[in-house]
Design a protein around this ligand. Sequence first.
Ligand code: ATP
Length: 510
Amino acid sequence: MFKPQPLTIAKVFDTFRAIAKESGKDSQDKKRNHIKGLLVAATDCEPQYLVRLLQSKMRIGLAEKTVLVALGQAAIYSEMNQNPQSQTQSDLEEAAKIIKQVYSVLPIYDKIVPELLRVGVWKLPEACNFSLGVPVGPMLAKPTKAVSEILDKFQGMEFTCEYKYDGERAQIHYMEDGSVEIYSRNAERNTGKYPDVVSSVSRFKKPAVKSFVLDCEIVAYDREKQRILPFQILSTRARKGVILSDIKVAVCTFAFDILYINGQPLLQEQLKVRREQLYGSFDEVPGVFQFATAITSDDLEEIQKFLDTAVNTSCEGLIIKTLDKDATYEPSKRSNNWLKLKKDYMESIGDSLDLVPIAAFHGRGKRTGVYGSFLLACYDEYNEEYQSICNIGTGFSESQLEERSTSLRNKIIPKPKPYYRFSDTMDPDVWFEPSEVWEVKAADLSISPVHRAANGIVDPNKGISLRFPRLLHVRDDKSPEEATTSEQVAEMYRAQKIIHTNNKDEDDDD
Ligand code: ATP
C-alpha cells in the first residue's frame, strides 16, 4: 500500500544479520519474509546485487584479499595526510602484508577496523592477536612426489615426519569456563558433530591446563581391534545435532599441533617448542586421544619404511614438517614448511585436484540415460572464473554415474555462465550451475590449445589440461570456489616439468 523506504547499506546489513540469526520453528518462513521485504524495497539494479549477496557470489572482481590490501593502503593514505613526505611504495606493500597477517590470526573485521583506527597499521599486530574461541584457517601442506624430494627441500634443516591421518581436520578450542568448541577446516562450527570429543577433553587434558587450542585430525576408530577406519566410515556420521548415546562410529582424535595454551598464543613459536607444550600438557587416552605418530629422521630408507607403515595403518601417507627453523604456525597458508607425501602420488602427478563439473555430454550405448562424460573446471581466484581443464568419463562405478547424473540434472542451466572459460570448439549437451567438487587424479598435465586452465600463467595463449583423469570421489567438504585454483594448476605443471627435467638429467648421467 505504501512505497517502501529506499534501501540503505545499514538496513540491508541489519536484515542479513537477522536472516543469519533466525532459527527454530518457522525460521524458513521468517527468512523468506526478510528477503521479500528487501526485494520489494529494491529499485533499479538492486535486486540483482541482493540476490548475488545472498548467494555469496558478488562477482564484481573484488575478492577478499583485495579488501585486505585496500584496508592497508587506506591506513597509509590517511597517515600521508598528516605527514605527506613519509610514505613510500614499500610502505603500501608492507601495510597490506600486515593487514593480511593480522586477518589470518583474527579474521573479524569488527575487531580489526576499530583497532586500525585507534593504533594505526604499524602497531596493529600488537593490538589484534590470536584469540581463544576465534578459529583461524588451518595451515596447509604442499604436495611432494618422493622421499628424495623431501630431503632436497629440507636439506640441512631438522624436520619431523608424521602419519597423515585420513579423517576430518578439527581445531579444538577449550575456554577458561570449561566450554569446548570444535571448528572444521573451513572454520565452521563442528561442535554438534562430535559431542564424544567434547566430553573426552577432561580425560586427556592435564589438570594444570586452563585453556588451549589444538590442531587435530578426527578419525573413525575401531576400539576393539584398535585400528583406524577409513574416511568413508567417518562420513556416515550426521553433521550436527549428534547425541552422545546414539553414536555408532567411535572416533579417535589425533593431535599434531597446539596454537594456544593457558592464555598464551603459540603461533610464533617453532614447532619444536609447540610440540613440547603439546606432549607436556596432555595425556594420551588410547583410542580416544593420541598424539600423531612421528619420527625425526633424515635417513631416506627409514622415512620410506615409516611411510609404508603409515599406509599399512590406514593412513594416507606422511606430512613432513620443519622443526626449529621456519617452523612457526602459518594460518590459512599452504606452506613450504609442511610437505605431504601420499603413497599414491608416486604413480602419477603429485596431488589430486578438486574440480567442478560445469557441463556434460549425453551418454551413448551402455551409458544411455546418464551422462557419458563431464567437462571439469578449476577456479581462478584472481578473475573469479571457472576455467575448463579436462573431460572426464572414467573412474565412475555405474551407480556413481547414475547418482552424479541425477544430482546434476537439478543444476542444469540454459546457457554457460558468463564466468565460464572454455573453447568455442567445445559444445557440451548441457551446462550446470557450479555446485559440486570432485576429487580427480590424472597421469599428468600438459599444455592444451583447447582447455583454459591457468591460461596466461604458463603460456600466454594456451591453457593446461589433465591427461587420463579419473574420478576418486565427491568432496562434500568443499564449495566450488574452494576448488583447485589456476595458480595451483600452474604450480603442479611447473613441478612436473622440474621432476621430468631432473629425471632426464639422471638418465643422461647413466
Ligand atoms: P588441502 O587441505 O591441502 O587442501 P586436502 O583437503 O585434499 O588438501 P590433503 O591433501 O589430503 O587434504 O592433506 C591435508 C590434510 O591432512 C590436512 O588438512 C589435515 O586435515 C590432514 N592431516 C592428517 N594428518 C595430519 C598431520 N599429521 N599434520 C597435518 N595435517 C594432517
